[in-house]
Design a protein around this ligand. Structure first.
Ligand code: PEP
Ligand code: MG
Length: 761
């Protein structure tokens, strides 16, 4: 077998292993076999004790597993980890760092090759092969082990996340303040109890839970099973004309798999043993999937997909059952593999205190919504054992992007102090509700809001918003199961328009694609950010676009405070086409007897191509709005949803600031109104820079509106201009960040800067 095939087989096998221990034992035995060495072992870093623990071995004594370990600078393993590079030795005994590990039986082996296991710059552990003979492993062996280790690092990191951290030598039990790192999604601190939520019908993200009422779980399971049997019979009946005898037989196979004596019996047994139905289903299905996938016969290994599909179908019914049945604690903290906007609405008003997502980053839409709701959020916490954390107490530090499990009294007190400082700042900010955003030297800057969730309107009005600069119309589309009708859209648009009239409401046409998926209109692409999104989708689907535009226009009849905005434009012809369609909708509606006025139409500048054509666009439309979230992603070539590159997404990158400066000047040459609705405007430091650049309106999330207003009221326009002048001279995002922090402090705005949060390891 070629190296590539060996690698592929190992990666496939570990990909479906149930837990970290299984992953590691597959690795050691397959590597040993493929490299024909006598020993293969894995040492993993146990952060709680800061040691590399022997986690699996083929060739050394099994009793040593989980019991022997090396300090961070101990042994050759320690050197491999510290240098983050392979060490290949003919005779390990002669190396100055050699440290004999008792009970392993390693004294018999001389040749040593160790390679670090590194995930996102972090050394997770070391993979070692050893041999009795005194010889150097050759280059191809070294290359093989390095390649394998690089591929396995992600799987090992993910296995930690799915709960197997507990398998490590020292367990979490009893250990206080265990810290996990992610990135800030929404600022603030939350202390509460975890509710693990899974994506609909995703078996892998079902949390482990026990049940006190197995009878009820059994009943739910049986109902779900019956529902799936009905579905399969129905599908078989519908397709019977079009299927061959063989294909029809497949449906019988499915039904037999669901038979009371097959899968169902195993699930029921586990429920009787105390698991909740979804967890029992997950375990049984994954065992069968594993068994089938491992078979060499391709027909049989394909059956793994069928079993997984059956499992998903049953799960979907079980989830429908329990959806309304969850009791949420007072301070619920939702923890999900992939936090979606739909999940934010799951928890009853007032009970949601924090959010944690394993994937995604600070600029994912779920994070943007969390900021507008003011819910402290940490995104991209790749290593947290989330499936095991239901009901655990947890601290979410949305400022530093950290999460703490098992918080100590001392940590709770420290965060408690930050919470009460936050409340004091909030009281102070609330006093500004009725006041305008006006600088000390009398420059008035309108502050509008971004909306999307139903509750945003009330929240925004309460905080004195002067208009809506971005209504993300796709958000209500995302929490449904089919496209809303013209009438349904009209009603929700009317609510926004009426609440703000006569102030202007900027409605963005449907901006789906990227990280915004509609469950009933799936778009699967290799590279969704550069794919079919925003105006590209709606121009290809005029029926969807026209229904939406008609609904907007009808909603504005008699109020006439609507502005329509087009997302993700790159070329003039897209705008021409969209304007033509909007005008056609106006004519049609007038013909139907509605008194519609042509609304102002604007474009969002979100891609570099639009930056360089800003003046041309300005000539064609009535206003320009900058979508700096996407613009940053495209200028820096950093996927805004990818936690791996979250550290490179720099809102204050000099190139981004240059582009923002350029756009406003170009659009002003055409005397067009320019607003900005990206998140940079909601950051007090960013808001001051944008004001100095000349932006006519800042549109910010409701939660940050008062902070931005406070910042503006505490400075003069001249102060802001000087700050911009200093920043323009700088070449580095971090330097600019520091300058903003320093200046906010100098303006007396320390309370708007991030509080110092505890630094617990
Ligand atoms: C933006 O890209 O800056 C923007 C406001 O749109 P969204 O965040 O919804 O993509
Ligand atoms: Mg955008």
């Amino acid at each position: 077998m070629s190296i590539l095939n060996v690698l592929r087989k190992i990666v496939q096998e570990v990909g479906i292993a149930p837990d970290l221990n299984a992953v590691l034992s597959i690795i050691v035995s397959r590597v040993q076999k493929a490299m024909k060495t006598e020993v293969c072992s894995v040492f993993l870093l146990d952060k709680t004790v800061q040691r590399y623990v022997l986690m699996a071995t083929h060739g050394l004594n099994q009793e040593a597993v989980g019991h022997v370990s090396l300090g961070l600078n101990e042994g050759i393993v320690g050197v491999v980890a510290q240098r983050a590079e392979p060490i290949n030795l003919q005779d390990a005994f002669t190396h100055p760092s050699f440290h004999y590990l008792q009970i392993t039986g390693e004294e018999r082996f001389h040749a040593f090759l160790g390679v670090p296991i590194i995930h996102q710059r972090e050394v997770l552990g070391v993979l070692v092969v050893q041999q009795h003979e005194k010889r150097r492993f050759d280059e191809s062996e070294e290359a093989f082990l390095v390649t394998l280790s690089a591929q396995l690092a992600g799987i090992i990191a993910h296995s930690h996340a799915t709960g197997n951290h507990y398998a490590l030598g020292a367990s979490l039990n009893g250990k206080l303040d265990v810290r996990y790192e992610g990135v800030s999604g929404a600022p603030g601190v939350a202390i509460g109890r975890v509710i693990v939520v899974s994506l609909p019908a995703d078996l892998d993200t079902v949390p482990d839970k026990t049940t006190d009422d197995p009878e009820a779980e059994l009943q739910a399971f049986n109902q779900a099973l019956e529902a799936v049997r009905d579905e399969i019979r129905q599908v078989a009946a519908n397709l019977s004309e079009r299927l061959s005898v063989d294909e029809r037989a497949l449906f019988d196979v499915y039904l037999r798999m669901l038979d009371d004596n097959a899968l169902a019996l195993e699930v029921s047994d586990r429920i009787r043993a105390g698991s909740w139905a979804q967890g029992a289903l997950k375990e049984v299905i994954s065992e069968h999937v594993r068994a089938f996938s491992a078979m060499d016969d391709s027909y049989l290994s394909e059956r793994a997909t069928d079993i997984k599909d059956l499992g998903r179908r049953i799960l979907r019914h079980l989830q429908d059952e329990v959806h309304n049945d969850v009791t949420y604690p007072e301070n619920a903290i939702l923890l999900a593999d992939e936090l979606t906007p739909a999940m934010l609405g799951m928890v009853p008003e007032g009970k949601l205190s924090g959010l944690v997502s394993i994937s995604g980053s600070g600029n994912s839409h779920a994070a943007i919504l969390a900021r507008s709701m003011g819910i402290p959020t940490v995104m991209g916490v790749a290593n947290i054992p989330y499936l095991r954390l239901n009901a655990c107490e947890i601290v979410v530090d949305g400022y530093s992007g950290r999460v703490y499990l098992n918080p100590s009294e001392e940590l709770l007190q420290a965060y408690g102090r930050i919470l009460s400082d936050e409340r004091a700042v909030l009281d102070q900010l609330n006093a500004l509700k009725e006041l305008p955003a006006i600088t000390k030297d009398g420059y008035r800057l309108p502050l509008w809001v971004n909306t999307g969730l139903a509750a945003d309107v009330a929240r925004s009005l309460e905080r004195g918003a002067e208009g809506i600069g971005l209504y993300r119309t796709e958000i209500p589309f995302m929490i449904r199961d089919c496209f809303p009708s013209e009438m349904e859209q009209l009603e929700s648009y009317r609510t926004q328009l009426a609440a703000f009239a006569p102030a202007l409401v900027t409605m963005r046409t449907l901006d789906i694609g990227g990280d915004k998926a509609l469950p009933y209109f799936p778009i699967h692409e290799e590279n969704p950010s550069l794919g079919w999104r925003g105006i590209r989708v709606t121009l290809d689907h005029p029926e969807i676009f026209m229904v939406q535009v008609r609904a907007m226009l009808r909603a504005s009849v008699g109020l006439n405070n609507l502005r329509i905005m087009l997302p993700m434009v790159t070329s003039l012809h897209e705008v021409e086409e969209a304007i033509r369609q909007i005008e056609r909708a106006c004519h049609e509606l007038r013909d139907e007897g509605y008194d519609v006025k042509r609304p102002p139409i604007g474009v969002m500048i979100e891609v570099p191509a639009a930056v360089y054509q800003a003046r041309r666009f300005a000539r064609m439309v009535d206003f320009i709005s900058v979508g700096s979230n996407d613009l940053t992603q495209y200028l820096l070539a950093v996927d805004r949803n990818n936690p791996r590159v979250a550290g490179l997404y720099a809102s204050y990158h000099p190139a981004v600031l240059k582009a923002l400066d350029f756009i406003v000047h170009e659009a002003h040459k055409e005397k067009k109104h320019v607003s900005i609705c990206g998140e940079i405007a909601a950051d007090p430091g960013g808001a001051l820079l944008l004001m100095a650049m000349g932006y006519d309106v800042l549109s910010v999330n409701a939660n940050n509106l008062l902070r931005v207003k406070y910042a503006i009221r505490e400075v003069t326009l001249e102060d802001a201009r000087q700050l911009l002048h200093r920043v323009r001279m700088m070449h580095d995002a971090e330097e600019i960040h520091q300058e903003l922090r320093r200046s906010l402090k100098a303006f007396g705005l320390t309370r708007l800067t991030r509080p110092a949060t505890p630094e617990k390891e």
